[in-house]
Design a protein around this ligand. Structure first.
Ligand code: MSP
Length: 528
């Protein structure tokens, strides 16, 4: 396997997607939550040496966007262009998101293929013309069943009145797919995760599916139905197809074959049914392979409600990164909230974890070790001749932490558990240093004393070498600073090329490495 992160050609990429976000407003913490999770997952797989493809993008059609643009006195396209370029793309850069592509649903590479896909279903008899009326939530861009509404006419998610819509439109024969979907869930028990999400989907499909209205004729901001351009394609059908059009569906067969299907679709729990029911049914109808997994994450809550711009509770990620820094931001949400569950954002909890876990446990460890190697060995990493059982325990602890983190983060998307395992190791190294007290051993200038001191500081530095690698997917800039301070690059190469599979191989950082006390990794927080 090449050290650059590519694998033998022909092998399909580990393909991960985020939802494509509505550009009616600027991003808030809830949107960034999923995008950071996908970034950590894909960076982790890159460090496994796999070929990876990470896709994000924006959902630009539909009534919600159209109305927002109208209210702002610009065309929908102008509105989308502005939001994408001024708000969404710059935020992902700021948060160090390493996406491989960014798809916009107004791009011809998408709209042309969407028309072909829908035409194909029409030609196959999967789409027919009919009429529908019912309550519609523009916030969700979805017809609701009357039984789901609160107080008679409120959307349960947006808590705002629905609108009554009556339209003649085209329908996809979704109802016919219930049995095949149930069989598919049965044969692929991990398709929908976590288990609570899977249960919800299975129960819903068991109750029987209705055909799905897939066109709108009361407004025109969308992709026209090819055989009847008075209608535009329902924004959700248009949007779901981004996962295929972005990787060459219908245009670049080689790329499509090398990427499709997605291994993981990350979605918020509110859009689970679209991804776990409608999307696989659309693919079945078209004869395309189905994705590996749909993982539904929970919501970030404020005051017991889903954080959202429309409820004026949407906090901008930059409000937090300007105080805590980008890496601490990437760390905090994944560490504090079990992935798949709802979690509340609290400034106090973020500050507390920043100080105890990042600044004290991790940051201080890095600076103390570098300072002692500077003081006692002039910054040259000594050889560990006198390693004993205490050092062996550290090597064993590293092996356990690396294996756990790899399974938890890389396979199970249990980010909180995996980061926890890495930080347990950080704590173990801190405990080791307190027990060994190198600052006392240093006072013994006999050859034995100096050999012990060398073994202790080598062990701590070698542990930090591994910690830098394991934390790189989560906190790339901090890990890079640590890598530089350990003087690792001239001996081991670039941090991004370090592999998870051999991170626990003990003794990689060679004696002679030039250790410098770099900048403080997590400076003390200013009073907010
Ligand atoms: N455009 C659709 C998705 C189409 S995917 C083919 C959409 N967009 S959205 O901008 O409204 O939401 C995008 C994602 O952000 C969803 O997964 C949603 O769950 C997530 N979040 C929005 N607010 C959230 C929180 N407060 N917390 C966590 N995620 C939430 O739906």
């Amino acid at each position: 396997m090449a050290a650059t992160g590519t694998t033998a050609s022909g092998e399909s990429a580990f393909y991960v997607t985020t939802p494509i976000y509505y550009v009616n407003d600027a991003p808030h913490l809830g949107h960034a939550y999923t995008t950071v999770a996908g970034d950590v997952l894909t960076r982790w797989h890159r460090q496994r040496g796999e070929k990876v493809w990470y896709l994000t993008g924006t959902d630009e059609h539909g009534q919600k966007i159209m109305r927002t643009a109208e209210a702002n006195g610009v065309s929908p396209q102008e509105w989308c262009d502005k939001l994408v370029e001024d708000a969404w793309k710059p935020l992902w850069e700021h948060l160090q998101i390493a996406n491989d592509d960014f798809i916009r649903t107004t791009e011809p590479r998408h709209t042309d293929r969407v028309q072909e896909f829908v035409q194909d279903l029409y030609d196959k008899g999967e789409i027919y013309k009919g009429g529908y009326e019912g309550p519609y939530c523009v916030g969700c861009e979805e017809y609701k069943s009357p039984g789901d509404l609160l107080e008679g006419d409120l959307c349960p998610i947006h808590k705002r009145p629905v609108e009554w819509l009556k339209e003649e439109n085209y329908f996809f024969r979704l109802s016919a797919y219930g049995p095949r979907l149930l069989e598919f869930y049965e044969q692929n028990p991990d398709f929908v995760q976590p288990a609570s999400a899977r249960n919800e989907v299975v129960q819903f499909v068991k109750q029987g599916l209705q055909d799905l209205s897939i066109s709108r004729s009361t407004f025109d901001w969308g992709v026209p139905i090819p055989w009847d351009p008075k209608h535009v394609i329902y924004v959700w059908i248009d949007a779901l197809l981004n996962y295929a059009t972005a990787v060459g569906y219908g245009s670049d067969q080689a790329k499509f074959d090398a990427t499709w299907p997605a291994n993981v679709h990350l979605v918020g729990k509110d859009i689970l049914r679209f991804h776990a029911i409608i999307w696989p049914a659309m693919l079945m109808a078209n004869g395309l392979p189905l994705p590996g997994r749909v993982f539904a994450n929970g919501w970030l809550m404020v005051g017991g409600e889903k954080m959202s711009k429309s409820n004026l509770t949407g906090i901008s990620p930059r409000d937090l990164t300007s105080h805590f820094g980008v890496d601490a931001y990437r760390y905090y949400f994944l560490r504090a909230i079990p992935f798949g569950q709802d979690g509340s954002f609290s400034w106090e909890d973020f500050s507390a974890r920043y100080t105890s876990e990042l600044a004290n446990d991790f940051g201080n460890l890095a600076s103390r070790v570098a300072a002692m190697i500077g003081k006692y060995f002039d910054g040259t990493l000594p050889e560990a001749k006198d390693a004993g059982p205490a050092e062996q325990a550290i090597a064993d602890g590293l092996a356990a932490a690396a294996a756990q983190a790899d399974t938890m983060i890389g396979d199970n998307l249990d980010f909180a558990g995996g980061i926890g395992a890495i930080f347990d190791f950080v704590k173990q190294v801190n405990g080791y240093l307190s027990d060994q007290a190198p600052w006392k051993v240093a006072k013994d200038d006999s050859p034995e004393g100096q050999a012990r001191l060398a073994a202790i500081l080598y062990t701590a530095a070698e542990s930090l070498r591994a910690i830098a690698v394991l934390l790189h997917p989560i906190m790339p800039a901090t890990s890079a600073k640590l890598w530089a301070s350990l003087g690792a690059e001239p001996h081991l190469g670039a941090l991004a090329d370090q592999r998870i599979a051999d991170v626990a191989t003990w003794g990689k950082l060679p004696a002679g490495a030039q250790v410098v006390k770099g900048e403080i990794l997590f400076p003390r927080l200013e009073n907010a």
